[in-house]
Design a protein around this ligand. Structure first.
Ligand code: EPZ
Length: 418
């Protein structure tokens, strides 16, 4: 089991590049199930979750040719419309194949995802939405059986709460349904917009992606497409925090500044200088003492829950008290205990974490619990006095490509040991 060994205390300086968005690659890969034509997806990050999704597509019947960041996929026919438990339990985003399989093959057998470190994360909203399009949903033996032998019919679906992959699942199913589907209270994340752009290239008729109401006119068939996915805003945000927490001077390239606007506003409120160098480059400097700034996580365009753990690490180094409120997931403070073991002063009260800074952190043995919590531990280790050993870094490999190499290239003393 790989570990990271990090010696803290160096300021990060230089340029760090942003890869393709994991949370755009996953729905884009699922969308290839909607057509029997060739699909070419570019800027695909080589991270564990993407490899898991590619394996799932092959099990379903796809031909997948991955060449670096470019993946070619053919799903001439769906051999086995299933997502088995052994795959789904390692990656809950497997539920993204539900909508496409029901729409393409008229049926899907997808394992219920089961629990996750950050919360229960049910998929009831995905299922209710597909039922409204006419799918018959049964649940047995830990699996969802969804069937629509006569195809799906468009409907108006209002999500009772905003769900990113729920919106994506439904958008893909509706693209091949008969008639019009209206999605109300839709997720507005950039990854939803990117998926709509890909579906549009395939021939889907979609309007309003990026707003709370998405209108989809179903079509009989979808063709192939060649699409480059958007940069990973969470990876870019993680590196911006890395520059700020180490008091460095870091240029983050290949990103979309607008996609991290909420984080940039908070970094500036905390006293870091963040400047837009050009439309794909941000520069962060933090020569001065940081001061605490409260944050409430919200759906896009609010402050991303996926950057909450990283921000918590930063607030341990800021003067004052920062109140971090997590409104998206019910158990997303696992990193707080590990940060406390490094010397942070964090009190948890319900969905709030009260971070008292500035506290010197010291290196310790810590354990990663989930993808973004592990990123938070890396950030804390970069500024801690002494050596930190982070165990179970397979969590971080799910969503960050070569993070230790990228950080080492800008001055971090970090190495992977197995
Ligand atoms: C997506 O997960 C992302 N994953 C998550 O990123 C991200 O944290 C999350 O959106 C919120 O932004 C991918 O895009 C692959 P939700 P998703 O459905 O779609 C509840 C990462 O680190 N809910 O928007 O699963 C749910 O429990 C990952 O890259 C239901 O109750 O999140 C949560 O509390 C972590 N029923 C809230 O809604 C449902 O049917 C938002 O979840 C669906 C969701």
């Amino acid at each position: 089991m790989d570990k990271f060994v990090v010696k803290g205390g160096t300021r990060l300086q230089g340029e760090i590049g942003t890869g393709g968005a994991k949370n755009s690659a996953l729905p884009a890969l699922a969308a290839t199930l909607l057509t029997d034509q060739r699909m070419v997806l570019r800027h695909i990050p080589r991270v564990r979750d993407v490899r898991t999704m590619q394996r799932l597509l092959v099990d379903i019947g796809a031909k997948v040719e991955a060449d670096g960041e470019c993946v070619q996929i053919y799903v001439a026919d769906v051999r086995s419309p299933e997502a088995p438990y052994e795959l789904v339990k390692t990656m809950r985003a497997s539920s993204l194949v539900l909508g496409p399989l029901v729409a393409r093959a008229g049926r899907a057998r997808v394992s219920l995802p089961g629990g996750c470190a950050i919360g229960a994360r049910p998929i009831n909203l995905h299922l209710a939405a597909l039922e409204q399009l006419g799918a018959k949903i049964e649940q047995a033996h830990g699996y969802i059986e969804a069937t629509a032998p006569h195809g799906l019919r468009g409907a108006t679906v209002r999500f009772e709460r905003i769900t990113v992959t729920g919106t994506e699942d439904l958008m893909m199913a509706a693209a091949l349904a008969q008639g019009e589907t209206l999605i109300e209270n839709a997720a507005r994340e950039p990854e939803v917009v990117d998926l709509a752009a890909l579906l549009g290239k395939m021939g889907a008729q979609i309007e309003g992606a990026g707003s709370s109401t998405i209108r989809i006119q179903g079509v009989a068939h979808l063709g192939g497409a060649d699409h480059t996915i958007i940069p990973d805003r969470i990876e870019a945000g993680t590196y911006l925090v890395a520059g700020a927490i180490t008091g460095g001077d870091l240029v983050v390239t290949g990103c979309v500044p607008e996609h991290v606007a909420a984080l940039v506003t908070k970094l500036q409120a905390a006293g870091a200088e963040v400047a837009e160098v050009d439309d794909s480059t941000l520069r962060v400097r933090a020569e001065r003492e940081l001061r605490s700034a409260d944050v409430v996580t919200q759906e896009y365009p609010g402050f991303a829950t996926d950057l909450q753990a990283q921000y918590m690490a930063l607030m341990t180094q800021a003067e004052g008290i920062a109140i971090i409120t997590e409104t998206i997931f019910e158990n997303r403070f696992m990193h707080a205990q590990e940060l406390a073991r490094m010397g942070a002063s964090i009190r948890l009260e319900g969905n709030q974490a009260i971070v008292a800074g500035k506290k010197e952190l010291t290196g310790a043995g810590v354990i990663a619990s989930d993808l973004r919590a592990s990123a938070s531990l890396v950030l804390a280790a970069l500024v801690a006095r002494g050596e930190t050993v982070i165990d179970r870094v397979y969590h971080i490999d799910r969503g960050y490509e070569k993070i230790e190499q990228k950080l080492a290239a800008v001055g971090a003393q970090i190495q992977r040991v197995d």
